[in-house]
Ligand binder design. Sequence first.
Ligand code: ADP
Ligand code: MG
Length: 613
Amino acid sequence: MSTPEKHEFQAEIAQLLNIVIHSLYTDKEIFIRELISNAADASEKLKFLQTSGTEIFEPERPLAITVHTDEEAKTITIADSGIGMTHAELIENLGTIAHSGSKAFLEQIKQTAAAKGGTGAAEIIGQFGVGFYSAFMVASKVSVHTRSYQPAESGWSWTSDGVSSYEIEPAADLPRGTKIVIQLTEADQEYANAHRVESVIKRYSNFVGAPIELNGTAVNTINAIWTRGKSEVTDTEYEEFYKFIGHDIDAPLYRLHFSADAPIDIKALLFVPKHSREKLGMPKTESEVHLYCRKILIQSKSKGLFPEWLRFLKGVVDSEDLPLNISRETMQDSALMQKLNKVLSTKFLKFLDEEAKGDAEKYAEFFKEFGHFLKEGIVSDYTHREALAKLLRYETSASETPAAIADYVSRMPEEQKDIYFISGSSREACLASPYYEGLQAKNYEVLFLFDPWDEFVMDHLQEFDGKKLIAAEKAEIALDKAESKLDDDAARLLCNFIKESLGDKVDEVGISSRLVDSPAVVVESDKHMTSSMRRILKNLNRGEANPFKQNLEINPAHPMMAGLEAARQTNPELAKQVAEQVFDNALISAGLLEDPNAMLKRINSLLEQLVAK
Ligand code: ADP
Ligand code: MG
């Protein structure tokens, strides 16, 4: 028998191995992912050769990845029937630094070392897969038995303890492909345990294209359906896949399956669940979109892949442009991630827009569950504001079915310049609001906002389609004042009287040109404030006084105002009480009355005077 040839590792590989073996590695289990990923690559490559008509050794041998654990022998073996390696390839691939992943790793180490003045390796090693060499994290010895697909080649065994050298010797009768036997160190016996290994395979390699068998049993039962064409996947397959990765018992509400090559390679399969868990009162959802590179998991629940407000999405994103074994921790901030984020969220919003147009009823269901997230997007993220605004739906004075703002705009009469909205707890409350009267009289449609946070949404949007979004109470509309029951002087004197009666409670008292049925209305004196914002602020800082005052606007056409003007002269005491009550009534209709007790006392006194007559 010939003695094995001995080879020294290239200096950089020796350095790399030294780091891999001697640095504390928190994620040791990923060596399984790395070896399976190599086996999957080798299988894919063989598949490609098959389709291109190349002559192949053992053409009938099926493509499979097999894993064997042996607790007695303390080994784990990972084998494939892929392209295998020739003698030259063994030296090139496993003895030099020519290939991508490990090279990038070493460069990163050098940079970190230069920046920190030390080796810096321990800090970043956890961010890399370092491919094949990661096996040495758990191995005292690694043997690679391999036979190339090329018919004229023969088999070889490569062995190393990962220190400085490796040996190669001929191996007869090997089947096509590569078998890697890992002799585990005393400390890493867990990887000879089938359960432990199964959980690692399921975690990282569940969707690998070739079947993976562990000790004779198939473990990756689920297909990577996102890599197939839309027409090749059935609804049932989609649904089962969703239920599996989404941990859901219901079918999804929406699914988006697409692929793109530019500006970046993406295959994505995204789902919107039927229900929002946050809406049910569960804590903040974590994004459940997993990031893959060629069917190998890179990061589960990937952070940064989507903006925060799309955290309700579930699914898979696969990009071949991702380096498989690079920088998992810092990936979140990488330019690549930002590019993915932009492409994915833009695509998803476009999808929603199309869905909304295609099936409004289904979209309404979506909006009920997830509208809040879109609003969060408008308030927190400038990037997609316009696209998000198109997706909002509101009831309006003209439409009981929630409508898009664009629909509202399409109905605007020519002379109407702005878009109006009003906040209230219900449709009835909005219709009864004194702020609605003037707009109704003008025949202007008004958006009804039932969610208190909608006003913040409006505040962030400012405009839609070039038209300003204006709170009804800030609307500058002038109705004809022909029916005024008071002349200008009398009205001004009445305003002064009411201001005197109310004192500090009110900022200014003026004449309204937009009231029809209500005697008076409160209007925020600050131009950024609205009554519903005041309500929210009041709830937020309970008890604390609000620095902004309100104005009171009176309706000179209302009979009560004519009566009050008369009473001001004949019975100032009664007139003062009525003025106070008018103000309180206006506060009630704005939902802002603080102390009903003082008001009740006054009403009782007024009633007493009424019946005493
Ligand atoms: P990478 O996969 O990033 O290239 P690795 O360190 O994981 O880096 O693998 C180094 C090289 O060794 C691979 O590029 C491949 O050419 C070769 N190789 C590793 N495992 C196998 C295998 N099971 N079958 C064939 N070639 C392999
Ligand atoms: Mg690899």
